[in-house]
Design a protein around this ligand. Structure first.
Ligand SMILES: [Cu+2]
Length: 249
């Protein structure tokens, strides 16, 4: 019995030693991993919808000093970020990691804003590069695919028709905005509406609201033209006296 206990103890000690060694190896491996230069895209998230007017990309950088020494001598462990929009990210060693003009931007900041990005799907990439712009070895690149949608503004217009007149001679809205017209026809038994045309000649209809007899309230909704300019609004049944400027800016 005593002998068996001794053997068990020996095996226990051997197992304990093995576990210690294995743990040390694992710790060493993870230490190597955490020492590597890395970049992570914080925003936008993969597959997300973002506003075309404000396409901000935010990153986190690990084990790498961001410097503004663009084009200067290569120093291991320091450099900057190349931001890419819809570019095949260049990763060839020793060559500046640049893509077509307008599709990349060098920066030492962890935030970059792409402006005037069209609606639709895009990919945003980032790469850590040396001071003189070539990729690290091995290259450190991250990419997210996103969908960009225009940030449509909402505008509300309160419009009253009373005494066969509008309470407004001019209405101004942002280009492409979603317009809500709270229309209040206060003229008993008189039909009015709100309609927008390209000009007083009314050759092209932008929006034509339903004609309603007062007293009645109705809500009209439509999209303002994308093209800024001075358009024309009117009440169709009383066009010569009920009209005004519809200004898109
Ligand atoms: Cu009218």
């Amino acid at each position: 019995m005593v002998n068996l206990k001794t053997i068990n103890k020996k095996y226990f000690l051997l197992s304990a030693s093995l576990i210690t060694i294995l743990t040390a190896i694992v710790l060493q491996a993870s230490a190597v991993e955490t020492n590597a230069s890395n970049i992570i895209i914080l925003e936008p998230k993969e597959g997300s919808n973002v506003s075309a007017d404000n396409l901000t990309i935010m990153v986190e950088v690990k084990n790498f000093n961001l410097t503004g020494k663009f084009g200067q001598t290569n120093v291991t462990g320091e450099g900057h970020i190349h931001y890419y929009l819809d570019a095949v990210v260049p990763t060839e060693p020793s060559k500046p990691a640049i893509s077509a003009p307008g599709t990349y931007a060098p920066s030492a900041n962890k935030t970059y804003i792409w402006q005037n990005v069209t609606e639709g799907t895009h990919n945003l990439s980032v790469q850590l590069v040396n001071n003189d712009h070539p990729p690290l070895n091995p290259p450190v690149v991250r990419t997210v695919d996103i969908t960009s949608t225009s940030a449509q503004q909402n505008v509300v217009v309160d419009l009253i028709a009373m005494g066969i007149a509008f309470n407004k001679k001019s209405i101004t809205v942002p280009a492409g905005s979603n317009v809500t017209v709270n229309f209040d026809n206060q003229d008993t038994a008189i039909p009015h509406n709100f309609a927008v045309y390209d000009s007083a000649l009314a050759k092209k209809t932008i929006f034509r609201g339903e004609i309603v007899s007062g007293p009645k309230k109705i809500v009209y909704r439509f999209d303002a033209p994308q093209e800024p300019g001075t358009y024309f609004f009117r009440c169709d049944p009383h066009a010569p006296i009920m009209n005004g400027q519809f200004i898109v800016q």
